[in-house]
Design a protein around this ligand. Structure first.
Ligand SMILES: O=C(O)CCC(=O)C(=O)O
Ligand SMILES: [Fe+2]
Length: 322
């Protein structure tokens, strides 16, 4: 049976202290990257610290909610759909900046948000938009399907948590969220005639993962294994396929065959769950154990916000190591 836990909250109305804090902090919004929209000043490290202080006394319910979310994500289901947050109602009453601050406050309470690229934003719009000349659009910048993948597959340390908050869902019938449970998939795949060999190959062999143009900060690709202890799964088809061109020595017949076999088997696995999230809902999942994607859509107004988070203790360890 496919289980997707749903956590329904009874709607959160921020106190006037919280609303006033956001409006005071808002100031002029920075627009570092053309086409990406403004960055919220609260996204800066100082802003996040100030927000965390306010949450402690003016919105402690978010801390409780974050703990419940972490607990459910740690179960075998690996994901939770959060309904009834009430953040869209808040946006209508108090403005989008308060909604965005609530999304940031909740995700910062779940883990430590990571920034996405050179402009240091942690709330990344998933919204179709033009990209710089010569750049290839990544999933979050384009319409259409996103085949199953893990986020930050091209990064040395992919985040434990990923959250997608729906500002406006696609109205064209598509744009459904898709998740596949990694451990269940690997268990079943290992029992098939080719699956066990494929899993062995993916645990032993390096692949090159090309960094998408939107997240390029100087290193064109990394090498890593598709299957490992941590993250359990590192997978993104476009990064791997473009990696084949960058490292022909890591693009042998076996590399290509096993990559394709894994991809097709994951897409077809029985744990595949597809659902349309409504405006104001948020999904949080374990990005190291679950594969996720979305079905095709063509509504240019669809708008999600994505926040990726390290576990706090892991983020601290990474800082000490760097
Ligand atoms: O648009 C979605 O629903 C998911 C997008 C996604 O997975 C991504 O941008 O990495
Ligand atoms: Fe993703």
């Amino acid at each position: 049976m496919n289980l997707l836990p749903i956590l329904t909250t009874i709607g959160f109305s921020p106190s006037s202290t919280f609303v006033e804090f956001v409006h005071t902090y808002q100031g002029p919004r920075e627009t570092a990257v053309p086409g990406l929209g403004p960055r919220l000043p609260l996204e800066s490290p100082d802003g996040q610290a100030a927000l965390a202080d306010v949450v402690q006394h003016a919105a402690p319910q978010l801390l409780e909610l974050a703990e419940a979310i972490r607990g459910i994500v740690a179960t075998n289901a690996g994901a939770v759909l959060v309904k009834g947050l009430g953040f869209e109602r808040t946006a209508a009453v108090n403005g989008d900046a308060v909604r965005d601050a609530l999304v940031l406050a909740l995700t910062s309470a779940i883990g430590e948000p990571t920034d996405h690229c050179a402009d240091k934003r942690v709330m990344w719009p998933v919204h179709s938009r033009p990209v710089a000349a010569g750049n290839q659009a990544t999933f979050s910048e384009s319409l259409g399907e996103a085949p199953l993948h893990t986020d930050s597959a091209f990064s040395r340390h992919p985040e434990r948590y990923n959250a997608l908050y729906v500002v406006r869902q696609s109205r064209c019938g598509g744009g459904q969220t898709v998740v596949v449970n990694g451990p269940r998939f690997l268990r079943d795949f290992a029992k098939t005639s080719q699956g066990a060999d494929c899993i062995r190959f993916l645990r032993e062999s390096d692949y090159a993962f090309r960094v998408p143009d939107a997240f390029f900060t100087g290193q064109r690709f990394i090498t890593g294994k598709i299957l490992a202890e941590e993250p359990m799964i590192r997978f993104r088809h476009d990064c791997i396929e473009r990696g084949f061109d960058l490292r022909p020595d890591l693009a042998t017949k076996e590399h290509r065959f096993n990559y394709s076999l894994f991809r097709d088997a994951a897409e077809a696995h029985a744990s595949r769950t597809e659902f349309l999230m409504a405006d104001g809902e948020m999904i949080v999942y374990d990005n190291t154990r679950l594969l996720h994607g979305r079905t095709d859509f063509q509504d240019p107004v669809r708008h999600l916000v994505r926040v990726r988070m390290h576990e706090r203790k892991h983020a601290e360890a990474l800082r000490l190591a760097s």
